[in-house]
Ligand binder design. Sequence first.
Ligand code: GLY
Length: 255
Amino acid sequence: MFKHAIVRTPSPNISEGITSASLGKPVYEAALTQHAGYIAALESCGVTVHVLKAEPGYPDACFVEDTAVLAERVAIITNPGAPTRKGEEETVEAALRDFYPGDHIEHIAAPGTLEGGDVMRVGDHFYVGLSARTNEEGARQFFHFLGKHGYTGSTVTLHEMLHLKTGLAYLEDNLLLTAGEFISHPELVNFRTILIEMKDAYSANCIYVNGTVLIPAGYPVTKAKIEALGLPTREVEVSEFRKIDGGLSCLSLRF
Ligand code: GLY
């Protein structure tokens, strides 16, 4: 069960966030409204949400998931692979010090890079996507810290998506939501899967929160496939964040 989530209020300059999309620039006021809806959705799942102040110097800083990976026994502070995002992790670490003792906080260091969006937890095992943001040295350091605190990890190669969880979501009970290059991926073969068509690929970025699957608004086929397996869903509007390659998972750290 998740008890807490950390989120960060979108920056006034969110329109300058990194993007590969052609959906226009996010509108700050609309992003704030959607962010409030996201917080409400987490709270409806029984999570206490801690809201960090906006970081005007970091247009992507609302995507706090990329700055740390959290488990019961360790918080691993990342070294983001995107140059404009390096430094976001400092204020997240300061917040995490209220929850983790110093000897349970570890750090990915250069030349290692790793972003939390590339990490998918399945029980006590962590899959790490090797992407444009997460390199082999980052994964090596990450696995070292996992081992030190009693967890395991393995890598997944990706070529097309921004992050591992751009196209994957673990919905517990060995169930994986998969899209695009992750469908039939050789490193992900032992799961039950829900396959998402390419036109709905954005909706593969869902989050399972205490028995409910939060899904992006506007994907009725994905919603129906998840509900057909007995999982309740709640739609959350995140279209402003999609414009800068963000989604449901990257908007919070859940622990
Ligand atoms: N705009 C989100 C990211 O590229 O990290």
